[in-house]
Design a protein around this ligand. Sequence first.
Ligand code: ACM
Length: 489
Amino acid sequence: MSDAFAVVPAPLVVQPLPLQPFVITRSTIVVVDADDDLMPIAVLTADLLGRVTGRAVEIRYAELDAAGVVRMRLVEDLPPGPETYRVVVGAGRVRLEARTTEGLVHAVVTLRQLVRERPDGGVEIDAVRIEDSPRYPWRGLSVDVARHFVSVPDLKVVIGLMGHYKLNVLHLHLTDDQAWRLDLPSRPELVRRSSAHSVDGDPGGHYSAADWDEILAYARARAIRVVPEIDVPGHVNAALHAYRELNPDGEPAAEYLGIDVGFSRLSDDLPATHEFLADVFGDLADMTPGGYLHIGGDEVLTMGHEEYERLVRAASAAVTAHGKRVVAWQEVASVPDLPEGTVVQYWDTRVDPAPFVAAARDGAQILLSPGSRVYLDMKYTPDFPLGLQWAGCVDLRDAYDWEPADLVAGLPPEAVIGVEAALWTETLRTLEDLTTMLLPRLAAVAEVAWSAPGRRDYDDFAARLRRHGRHWDRMGLVWHRSAQGTWDD
Ligand code: ACM
C-alpha cells in the first residue's frame, strides 16, 4: 500500500480509483439521514474533519447526494459483521457506509487518516474504495489508573488515540494496593481514604460518578466500550486500608505507595469480605452499561489454592448476579467451572500455559495480552528512561511481528476473542509519559488485532506509519521515534 493510503490498521480491501481527488473546501458539508442514532457521529465527523481542515464543517440532515458532500448512511448491502464499513471517495463525493454506528465511526476514522495536505495548504483525499472489517471483536487497551492516577482530560486523549486506531475496549484497572480510583455509592470510604496518592507519594485522585459517566460517554461516541476492573482477591491493600473489617486483626492496613506485588489479600473466612464483594461489584454493574466486569485474580502469592478458588467464585458470582460476564487474568484458569462466557486474559509469558489452554478447551474465551509483545509499559530498549523490563524490551517490531493464533501452543484459535495492550503506570506519571509509551506501539498492536493476517507486513506498516508520526506531531503529542520505524527528520 502506498503512503497515499496510509491507513492503520491496514484495511481488508483498498482499491485506488482512477478519479480526481475529493477536495475539502469551505462548502464541504456532511449529510446524514435524519436518524437520532446518527447525530453523535455526525458531530464527531464534523469535529474530526474540522480539526484536520482548520475550518468548521457544516452538518445537514438530508438525503442528499451532490458534489462536495460527505454522506453517512446505515446500509445493509455490506459483508457480514457488526463493524464492517465502506468508504468510497471520488466523483466529487465521499460515501461512508456501515451496518451500525460503530462501523460508521470506523469509516470516519479511516476518512480522517486519508486526508492529505497539499503543498498549497489545501486538503484533499485521493479517490479510493475501502471495504473493511476487523479480525477480532475485542481490540483493547488496559490502563492502570491506580498506580498513577490518570485525570479525565488525560484519559480522553488516550481514548481519542484508541479510536484513531479502531480499538474498541478500554479496560480500566481501577484498584490496586496503592489506591482505589472509582467512587462507589455503597463504599464511600474507598476513595475518601485510599485515593489521595499515587506511587512514590505522587498526587492521586479519583473518578466521581459524574466523571465516570463522562468517560463512558466519550468512549461510546468513539465506538469504545469500557470494561472496569476491581482487582481481587489480591492487589487489595487500598481496600484493606479503607475498611478495617476486611483485615483479620480488625486493624486497617497501612497505606502502600511502593511497587511490590502479591502481598495483600482478602480473607474468605471474614463475613465482611463477602459483603464487600457483593457491594463493590453490584455498584460497578449498576454504573457500567457494558456486558463485562473484570475481577482481576492475578498475582495472589500469599494464599492457598482452595481459598483462592472460593474467593474467585465469590467475585464471579457477584458479577454474574447482575447479568454481566466475568473477565479475569490468566491465573483464574486454575479454577474449575468458571461461569459460561468468562474471558480469561493471558499476560504472563514466563509460566506454563497448560491450565490456560485447558480452560480454553473447556469453553473459556481467551484475550491475548502477552507481556513480551503488548505490555506497553515495557521499555523500548534497555536504556529507555521510562518503563519496566520484567517481560523484556518491547520495541515497535516486537509489538507488531507476532501471530495471535500461534502464540500459545495448543490454544484453539477459535477461542481467541481478541488482543489487548496494557499500560501499567508504576513509572508513568504524566500524559507525556503515557503517550511516549503508547506511540508508536499502540498502532502496531491495533493492526495485529484488526487486520487480516494476509494484510500484515512490517515494512509496509512502518512505511504507512511515517505519516502518522506527522499527525502526532501536529496534534502536539509526545511520542518515541523508535529506531525500528521510518520517520521524517
Ligand atoms: C498483571 O500484569 N499482573 C496482570
